[in-house]
Design a protein around this ligand. Structure first.
Ligand code: NAD
Length: 506
């Protein structure tokens, strides 16, 4: 897959150049004020232009949404069941594709990419009736007698742009939320995992309504063309830099956004922590997917009195977790560019490498690496690492660790290892992050009813479970009153008596 080709599975196998795509999409978007958004308005004065796969995908899902087909809960549940069947029945195909793309070991692919989608979809299917109910509220003193409630309704058409690191999970879990809330969607998976993207493009329309859910393959040009179209909501998972561009593009149509972004998730290790368990869990979180996880522990701040012992345990845990058969247990770095970037982070980072550091360019492997005492201003400590490198810094106190974290952008996840309730409370009350996990790494992601998302530079909005349903719904407010009583006290002209009554009542 190159930057110049977009593929859609909606109705056409036609390919188009990115230039064509961008032009048509831009024209369609530009013409939208006049045409109400149809690509029919995109043609020039002569013969009408054939719609590009991108606009065709958009028009298809928008038509389906407008038809009202997605509203019944029974239809949504059938689609959710379709997602569950897709992942269960096509496990072998999906796992093989992820192995082909970047050597993801089978069990890891199943555990971290497939299981979360199955449980999200099943959870949504079972709870949909409850989530979709109108939510009654008190109508307030000004509205007696009356009834007031909000009712969740679909936002409309959702654009889902997903990254490569968990290429099935991060494409299909947002789709689950979109389906549950009654939307239609276009999904653009990452070009960096082409085998998985191709598998999704082929399988999604086989298991769910292809008029409602479409996969468009392609790279930045395709994503840009899609962002030019007036989707009602954009659900983006990826880097903070691209997230800003997505938000800018969304502003043109005032589309709402969910931005699931990245950043540096710190680990605080207090002197009273169980160091062996902490080290094993931190090493596990760092090795998972070769550190290419948005909520991977990025760096460790350990209290000085235990820092050396923690590092010893980390080195031991890494050796243990790697296993003997590296081909079976180790995920590759996704491409040469990222491998060079990671090797570059080690150059001049100012610390001491106590384990790892070797780069195997043929296998696209970087040895899991622990760096003790790096320069806090080096790129290793300012950029998101997104690879198997773990910097460890020692701090004089938990206060100092908290100050370090608070001097940097708000992280997606924050981890604290301690056996003290007071330290846990202190960290909780004095830091801000998308989520917190106490005495473990990343496991909060798997709690079905915990909203998952970042804050500020690590993201906007959240999903998983009901949070995902709510995120992709519009909560329409409704007040119902009857014709009578129709008290005159509220209507002008006001006099002293009316005012007295109003002041007493309100
Ligand atoms: P990326 O931002 O490079 O790409 C993500 C998606 O955006 C891809 O589909 C890509 O084609 C598209 N894209 C790239 N440039 C674009 C542009 N200029 N305009 C529009 N679309 C564009 O991210 P990545 O390298 O695929 O993923 C790694 C990043 O994603 C890391 O920062 C990681 O922390 C973050 N991430 C976050 C989460 C989360 O849930 N918060 C999960 C996984 C990854």
């Amino acid at each position: 897959m190159t930057d110049t080709t977009a593929h859609t599975t909606a109705h056409t196998t036609a390919h188009t150049t990115a230039a064509d795509t961008a032009t048509t999409a831009g024209a369609a978007a530009g013409g939208r004020a006049d045409t109400g958004g149809s690509s029919a308005g995109a043609g020039s004065a002569g013969a009408p232009e054939a719609p590009s796969p991108v606009t065709e995908a958009f028009d298809t899902v928008r038509r389906t949404f407008t038809s009202g087909r997605t509203r019944p809960l029974s239809w949504r549940k059938a689609q959710l069941k379709g997602i569950e069947r897709l992942v269960v029945e096509e496990e072998t195909r999906l796992v093989r594709a992820m192995a082909e793309d970047f050597g993801k070991p089978g069990v890891e692919a199943w555990l971290a990419d497939l299981v979360p989608v199955i449980s999200e979809a099943a959870h949504a299917r079972r709870r949909l009736d409850r989530w979709a109910r109108p939510r009654r509220v008190w109508a307030g003193k000004a509205n007696v007698p009356a009834r007031a409630w909000s009712v969740p309704e679909p936002l409309g058409t959702v654009l889902i742009i997903s990254p490569w690191n968990y290429p099935v999970n991060l494409a299909l879990s947002p789709l689950v939320a979109a389906i549950a809330a009654g939307n239609t969607a276009v999904l653009k998976p990452s070009e960096h995992t082409p085998a998985t993207s191709a598998a999704l493009a082929e399988l999604v329309p086989r298991y769910v309504d292809p008029q409602a859910f479409t996969v468009v393959e392609g790279a930045v040009d395709t994503a840009t063309a899609l962002l030019g179209l007036p989707f009602d909501h954009i659900f983006f998972t990826g880097s903070t830099t691209v997230g800003k561009q997505v938000m800018r593009a969304a502003a043109d149509h005032l589309a709402s956004v969910t931005l699931e972004l990245g950043g540096k998730s710190p680990v605080l290790v207090a002197a009273d922590a169980d160091l062996e368990v902490a080290a094993r869990r931190i090493a596990w979180g760092k090795l998972l997917n070769a550190g290419q996880t948005c909520i991977a522990p990025d760096y460790v701040l350990a209290e000085r009195s235990v820092a050396d012992r923690l590092v010893e345990h980390l080195v031991g845990a890494i050796a243990q977790l790697q296993g003997d058969d590296l081909r079976a247990t180790r995920t590759r770095i996704v491409n040469d560019r990222h491998l060079s970037r990671l090797a570059g982070l080690l150059d001049g980072c100012g610390g001491t490498i106590v384990t790892g550091g070797a780069v195997d360019r043929d296998q696209r492997w970087l040895e899991p690496t622990v760096v003790v005492g790096p320069d806090p201003h080096a790129p290793l400590m300012t950029d998101e690492i997104f690879g198997p490198i773990l910097p460890v810094l020692s701090v004089g106190s938990i206060d100092e660790a908290v100050n370090f974290v608070n001097a940097r952008p708000k992280p997606l996840a924050l981890y604290v290892f301690t056996s003290s309730g007071a330290i846990e409370r202190q960290v909780m009350e004095t830091t801000t992050s998308g989520g917190v996990c106490v005495n473990h790494i990343a496991m909060h992601y798997l709690v079905p009813e915990l909203p998952f998302g970042g804050v500020g530079p690590s993201g906007v909005g959240a999903y998983h479970g009901r949070a995902g349903f709510d995120e992709l719904s519009h909560h329409k407010s409704v007040l119902r009153r009857h014709a009578h009583p129709d008290l005159s006290v509220i209507y002008p002209p006001f006099d002293a008596k009316k005012e007295r009554v109003l002041r007493w009542f309100l």
